[in-house]
Design a protein around this ligand. Structure first.
Ligand SMILES: [Zn+2]
Ligand SMILES: [Zn+2]
Ligand SMILES: [Zn+2]
Length: 277
């Protein structure tokens, strides 16, 4: 009977031990699960802060947009949370204009905007006084075959110096123009038969009367200055003319004998010659 009790005790003990072993294994498993649960907990902080958004302090990054000619400038302040606002607005700078040139309207040096139209060229003596561009179609003295001097008022009559400048045949002569109305009617009719000798001046007709032979002349041209030299065996006189407008010249100097001693005075310094093609 005693033996049975002992066996029973042992069995109970054994069972208890077995149960114990099972129980000891369980906590180990439980500990592993606990670790796995902590991992999500570590990645959660952002989510955990979410509910406290009201307490988030914005930290703004500034982006400056500079003003230009036509658009104002400003600073954009952006927080990582997506919140943003604009500050420090400044007005547009406006254009920085340069004056219009002959060929371009006034232009902004910053953005190249233009306004208005080009100024156009101002031609003087065959070239633009502003930009130096050559005038299309302008003929310098040397380009013309021959020229007739302009009329030079001298009392009631008009003295004239005629210059034929035609390469080797260049010559220089003198004459005068008188009002046609000053002649007898018969002579007026006679003169009218030679229209090439008549000239209209200030609304009145003048007839020409040349005298003396035309004398050989040569000329040189340098820039706007033309020097005519009257030749016999050698240079006996010169006329210096300066171009003052397109194909117009003003006498700036006379030396020696131009036509002959008696009529040289018909040409004076300051006389204006207009080139005629
Ligand atoms: Zn923020
Ligand atoms: Zn501009
Ligand atoms: Zn120009």
């Amino acid at each position: 009977m005693r033996k049975f009790i002992l066996l029973g005790f042992l069995l109970v003990l054994c069972l208890a031990l077995c149960a114990c072993g099972e129980g000891a294994a369980q906590p180990g498993t439980e500990a592993g699960t606990a670790t796995t649960t902590t991992t999500p907990t570590t990645s959660t902080p952002p989510t955990t802060t979410n509910p406290t958004t009201s307490g988030h302090e914005h930290s703004y990054t500034q982006t400056v947009t500079a003003p230009d000619c036509t658009n104002g400038g400003y600073t954009t302040n952006t927080c990582q949370c997506g919140d943003s606002y604009v500050s420090d607005e400044v007005a547009a700078l406006g254009h920085t204009w340069t004056s219009a040139t002959c060929s371009a309207p006034k232009t902004c040096t910053v953005c190249s905007a233009t306004e208005g139209t080009a100024a156009g060229h101002s031609y003087v003596q065959g070239k633009c006084s502003a930009c130096g561009e050559a005038q299309a179609g302008y003929k310098a003295l040397t380009a013309c075959g021959w020229r007739t001097a302009g009329l030079i008022p001298s009392g009631e009559e008009l003295d004239v110096i005629t210059l034929w400048l035609n390469g080797e045949d260049s010559s220089i002569g003198a004459g005068y123009y008188a009002p046609l109305s000053a002649l007898d009617p018969d002579l007026q009719e006679e003169r009218l038969e030679y229209p090439e000798d008549l000239v209209d001046f200030n609304g009145e007709k003048y007839y020409s009367k040349g005298f003396g032979d035309f004398r050989p002349a040569s000329y040189t041209e340098q820039g706007d200055t033309v020097v005519l030299s009257v030749l016999e065996d050698e240079v006996v006189g010169t006329i210096t003319m300066v171009r003052t407008a397109a194909n117009q010249y003003t006498v700036t100097g006379i030396t020696g004998k131009i036509i002959d001693s008696t009529i040289t005075s018909c040409l004076v310094v300051g006389s204006v010659f207009t080139a005629v093609e």
